[in-house]
Design a protein around this ligand. Structure first.
Ligand SMILES: Cc1cc2nc3c(=O)[nH]c(=O)nc-3n(C[C@H](O)[C@H](O)[C@H](O)COP(=O)(O)O)c2cc1C
Length: 345
C-alpha cells in the first residue's frame, strides 16, 4: 500500500531510507534496513578505500537487497567513489557538495545517485546534473543541516520546481504519520537519521542513544559550535555541557572557546584509535571513551518522537504499519463523510 514509483526505481518494498550517518551507520544497520524492505544507507565518511571495500563486502554478506553508501563531498577521500563503483554499489547518496562530477561514471556502473539538498536552487542544480533523486532536507534535521527552512515548506517547493523528481523528505520524520505527511507534500519516500540512530544496530554508545530517547525537540539546537574537523557547517545537536558553557561564556569565537584544544576522549575510527578534541564534529561512536558532554550529540527535532531503542527491522515494520493504518483511516473517514452527505441529500 505504501509503495511509490521510487520503490520500483530502486527495487525496494517500502520508500524508507536510513540516513548515512558516518560510522554510526555501519554494515549491520544498513543490511537490517534493507532486509526489512527499506533501503539501508551506510555512512562512507572516514572509511579509507580498502576498509570501505571490506564494509561493502560485509553488507553483501548480510543482505542481497539494494543498499546505498553515503559520502559528504567536502570530506571525500580519494578513491572512495571509485571503490563503490567497482563494487557496483546500487546507490550513492551524496551530501554537501556538487554531485555533477560523479553522475555519468556512476550511471555507467549502473549505480544510481541521490543528492541530499537544502534549497530549491540546490535541488534544481542536482536535478540538472542528472541525479536519480533528490533528498530534500528540512531545518528540523539532525546532524549537519543544509536547509534553512522547514520540511513542510521546502518539500512542496522542490516538488513544484522539479516535477519529475523523485523527491525524498528528510528531517523530523520518525513515525508512520510523518511518512504519510511527507508523501502528501509530494515526496516519494523518506530518509530518517535520528530514528535509526536509536536502533540496536547503530554503532554509537548506548548512553548517546538513551540521551536521544530522553530528549525532545526543545533540547536540540541549530549551531556551528562543533566545527573541529568540519568548519562552517551548521548542524543540529542536543544541548550538552559544552554548549551550555560556551553560551555562558558569551558565545566566543572559534579559538577562544572554553577548553578549546583539549582532548576530551578517544574513539576508534576505521580500526584506528583517534583522539577527540573538544568541539569535534565527532559523535560518541561505539567504544568512545571520554566525556560525551564535550562532543557533538547530533540529533534532529524528531527525537521528540523517538521513545525507544529497537532493532532497525522493527523500526521499519512499525513505521510502515503506522503509515498504512493512517492512510486506511483517512480513506475510511472519507467514505464515512461521503455516506453522511448522501444521507443528508
Ligand atoms: C547522527 C547523525 C549523523 C549524520 N551524519 C550524516 C552524514 O554523515 N552524511 C549525511 O549525508 N547526512 C548525515 N546526517 C543527516 C541525515 O542525512 C538526515 O538529513 C537527517 O538525519 C534527517 O533528519 P532526522 O535526523 O530528523 O531524521 C546525520 C544525521 C544524524 C542524526
Amino acid at each position: 500500500m505504501l509503495k511509490t514509483p521510487l520503490c520500483h526505481q530502486i527495487g525496494i518494498d517500502y520508500p524508507i531510507f536510513s540516513a548515512g550517518m558516518g560510522p554510526a551507520a555501519g554494515p549491520e544497520l544498513t543490511a537490517a534496513v534493507s532486509n526489512a524492505g527499506g533501503c539501508g544507507v551506510m555512512g562512507g565518511l572516514f572509511l579509507p578505500p580498502p576498509i570501505l571495500r571490506q564494509a561493502i563486502h560485509k553488507i553483501r554478506s548480510l543482505t542481497d537487497k539494494p543498499f546505498g553508501v553515503n559520502f559528504v563531498l567536502t570530506l571525500l577521500q580519494p578513491g572512495q567513489i571509485e571503490v563503490c563503483l567497482e563494487e557496483q554499489v546500487p546507490l550513492l547518496v551524496l551530501f554537501w557538495g556538487d554531485p555533477s562530477p560523479y553522475v555519468a561514471a556512476a550511471h555507467r556502473h549502473k549505480t544510481q545517485v541521490f543528492s541530499q539538498v537544502g534549497s530549491v536552487a540546490e535541488a534544481i542544480a542536482a536535478h540538472n546534473a542528472g541525479v536519480d533523486a533528490v533528498i530534500v532536507q528540512g531545518i528540523e534535521a539532525g546532524g549537519h543541516v543544509k536547509s534553512r527552512i522547514s520540511l513542510s515548506t521546502i518539500v512542496p517547493a522542490v516538488v513544484e520546481a522539479v516535477p519529475t523528481g523523485p523527491v525524498i523528505a528528510a528531517g523530523g520524520i520518525a513515525t508512520g504519520r510523518g511518512v504519510v505527511s511527507a508523501l502528501s507534500l509530494g515526496a516519494q519516500g523518506v530518509s530518517m537519521g535520528t530514528r535509526f540512530l536509536c536502533s540496536t544496530e547503530a554503532a554509537v554508545t548506548d548512553a548517546y542513544k538513551e540521551r536521544v530517547v530522553s530528549s525532545t525537540a526543545e533540547d536540540t539546537v541549530y549551531t556551528t559550535l562543533f566545527d573541529v574537523g568540519w568548519a562552517d557547517a551548521p548542524h543540529r545537536v542536543l544541548r550538552n555541557t559544552a554548549f551550555a558553557e560556551w553560551e555562558r561564556a558569551g558565545r566566543p569565537a572559534h579559538g577562544q572557546r572554553p577548553g578549546e584544544g583539549t582532548i576530551v576522549g578517544t574513539v576508534p575510527i576505521a580500526g584506528t584509535m583517534m583522539e577527540v578534541p573538544k568541539y569535534a564534529a565527532i559523535i560518541p561512536l561505539t567504544d568512545f571513551q571520554g566525556d560525551m558532554e564535550s562532543v557533538a550529540l547530533y540529533a534532529g527535532e524528531s527525537c521528540s518522537l523517538v521513545h525507544d531503542i529497537k532493532p532497525a527491522a522493527q523500526i521499519v515494520r512499525d513505521v510502515v504499519q503506522e503509515a498504512e493504518a493512517a492512510i486506511a483511516n483517512r480513506c475510511l473517514e472519507q467514505v464515512a463523510t461521503m455516506r453522511l452527505k448522501q444521507t443528508a441529500n
